[in-house]
Design a protein around this ligand. Sequence first.
Ligand code: CU
Length: 327
Amino acid sequence: MLRRIICSAPAAALAIIFLAASSAWAGMGQPTPGQMGLQGAASPVSAEIHTFYNFVNIIIVAITVFVMLLMLYVMYRFNERSNPNPSRTAHNTVLEVAWTVIPILILVAISIPSFRLLHLQYSYPKADITIKATGYTWYWTHAYPDLGDFSFETRMLDDASREELIAENIPAPRNLAVDNEVVVPVNKVVNVLVTAAPDGVIHNWTIPSFGSKVDAVPGRVTTTWFKPTVEGIFYGQCSELCGKDHAFMPIGVRVVSEETFAAWSEAMQAANAAGTDARGEKDKTKRREMLHEKKNLLKKAKEIIRKAALRQSGNRKLAQAGAAETR
Ligand SMILES: [Cu+2]
């Protein structure tokens, strides 16, 4: 019986390692039912987090299996029946040095990749795009300070709005889909300045697939960065318990091609400029025209992202039909 347990233990350990290390079961950009492990990696930091997670998991499983086998052996070999006259040994220098030094070596082996990962997360490369995210109770605003400082609110979609998108074949997961997604170009370094409303509470701006997670603190600016390597939609949720609607302030980052991003940001900047001009305009008719133009530009920007979303959801036919309709 004991031999059978001992023989099957390494197989079980291998299975556990495989399950824990398998990121194939995890979704990219959002959680999936029955998910094991972390969400798929879509940035260099996230890829490093995966490597570190798998490495530490192997050590954890190996230690657990070793201790379990040791205990089984002790229970079998040194119980009262098989060992009626126990040894009176109180000290063993070699053993004591070994059980002090080996754990230290294990911790050193863990600390080296751990510090390397921390260094990667907190040494910010030169940013191609900067975004400012501000946490409110309970939604986010996102601004692009380098692109005319246009900004928008990001709020969770209700079920009716989600159904509309799903009917168009655009995935809109519950509690994650948002009205205004943050849009960034693929393979560019994005720096995110994160803060919270001065009279608000602490939130946390998180996108698991990018390995980005940082507190949004009132009166302070914190920073995270990511370099998305895959096009698509990546969701995150506020990860600092902030109050009543903490669970309902998701973040959606849409990674698109450089051309799509340029077209979108151009429309958003023009809409922002039209809005600023309208505020300074005294003539009512002109102001109305400017506001109308702003509305049209925002609609155009939304349509660019809608088409990108359709393309990304693998529904090219619908995207083309949509393009023909708006022509
Ligand atoms: Cu929050």
